[in-house]
Every structure is written in C-alpha cells, then in structure tokens.
Design a protein around this ligand. Structure first.
Ligand code: ZN
Length: 65
C-alpha cells in the first residue's frame, strides 16, 4: 500500500546541468532545499509538501482519506 502511494506522490530531485536548476516532476527550482520542500505532491490538487507526513495530514484534512 505505502509503496503505491510513494510512487504516486513522490517526485525524485534531478539536477539539470544545462539549466542549473533542480527538477521535481514538471517543476523547476533554483536550490536543492526548494526542490526538497516540494518533493511530495498531492495527486488530487497538485499541492506540494516537504514530507510524506505533511502530505498525509493534508489529504486527511482536505480530501478525507
Ligand atoms: Zn490535495
């Protein structure tokens, strides 16, 4: 169960040497910390979070999982 959620909501941070930016899914960030703060994304409303715990709290509150 948790591995499916991980695959759906977690975006790996990829550094692009050409743009000198960090890619997280389709979004771009100038710093690694910014990228890390947006690694977890809600599949319902696309809001981003820095941890799975925050995402889970958001889902429980907003989408009543
Ligand atoms: Zn949401």
């Amino acid at each position: 169960m948790s591995s499916i959620k991980y695959r759906v909501n977690h975006n790996p941070i990829l550094y692009n040497h050409l743009t000198k930016m960090y890619h997280v899914g389709r979004r771009f960030f100038h710093t690694y910390s910014d990228a890390k703060a947006n690694q977890w994304q809600c599949d319902k409303c696309k809001m981003a979070f820095s941890s799975f715990k925050e995402l889970k709290t958001h889902k429980t509150g907003k989408h009543s999982y």
